[in-house]
Design a protein around this ligand. Sequence first.
Ligand SMILES: [Zn+2]
Length: 458
Amino acid sequence: MISQERLEEIARHWAVAETLRRGYECEPRLTEFPGGWVVWSPRPAGGPVPEPGSGETVIIDRETGALTVVPGLPPQVAMSRYAGPGATARAGYPAGPLPTPPPGTLTSPVSTMPPPMPPLPPTTSAVDPLSLTPGPPPPNATVTSSPFGPPRLPADELDRRAVALAAQLARLSPGATAPALPQVVATLEVVGRTFQALGHTADTEPVHHPAVMRALAAIPPGSRTRGAHRHPDLIVVSKALFELGGAEHTDPAWAARQLAGATLRLHLLREGAAPDSPAPAAACHTCGTVLVSLGLPGELPRDLVRPEPPQRGPAGRAALRAITAEAVAATIAVPGVRHRLPTLPFLVDLLEPYAPFHPVLQSQSGAAQRVESFTLDVWTREQTADTLGDLAERLGAPLFPIGGEAGGLHSVLAVDERHRVFAVDHAGTWYLGPTLDDAVQTLLIGRSTPRVRTNGTW
Ligand SMILES: [Zn+2]
């Protein structure tokens, strides 16, 4: 039977995760029933009313401690139908008497429905969901990864994915050193031919077709996205135009005739991701502008003027510190194939002011380069131990992930042991500033960001 200590640990982790998901402080409550316990939290007075059928209820099995996530049912209904771990995978639950509702809840199912939350990771992993320290899973754990850290994969699956990703990178970089992750692969289909390219991370500058150069030069420097001329969508178009007509054609109208009817797809290659089903990627603002001006189908991207930043939720400072500490520990607990993330002692102090996450939506001209959206986030959703470990060897300082940039950059933001902040994307690594505050200013006003060379200098 599950120990009291383990029970409380599960409830505490659940509450931290729910506080982050719901945006208000969730005090964990445990209600016992014959099958085990249901974990729940009272909804704050005046809070949003959840949609009927939304949300999830978590049940802890009395014997094994296994967690079962029951979507779309309020706690008392989920309890009444609970038949043991794994039963949710089968068709429905056996009927049973309705137990006493958790104290403090109302009898109406709608009013006790938890608010909507992001989906939890799959419930079939054989990995301890809640342990924040590295180590083998306990014998009876059958559930999810930590709610904060990246999903933990079995070591053999992690190895398989790493080998497949490395092979894909090598195939796409014939005769050259394969670039580091994260990467984006661009696939261009034009007049029955297929061209592919990765982002250009070497210290040399990429060579573009004159038509691409002209389209890029038409965008003022302050409106250009960081490193756009190194992005795979422009490289693959240059490659195709060189093949289709050589360099003598510089006329945009000629390029538009060649590219009429072409299709371009972008896919992410990220550490720990399944290489056989890569996630789609977006073009950045600059590449989108160049591609449309060269005749590829699509609309010209628009600016996004920074809206008012969202207010921080009512969760208190102590709760935010607890979330940050839990999230940092959960992130460190997930190893890569070659590296582990470092335990930097200042991380909680550094990230707490931005916890649980700090999104900035923007896309407009900046001082030296375009400003794009970014998020500082204590909750790391993907593996970065090897990506940042390899970079740490070049920089001579260990790095920890603290967020990312969407909007076509698809970067990992990382801080090193000297508090310096970097952006790591498919065009290379960029130095954002000597401190996090400085880096945030750089991202907000579009100061120039030097590129880190292969030898770790900039
Ligand atoms: Zn781009």
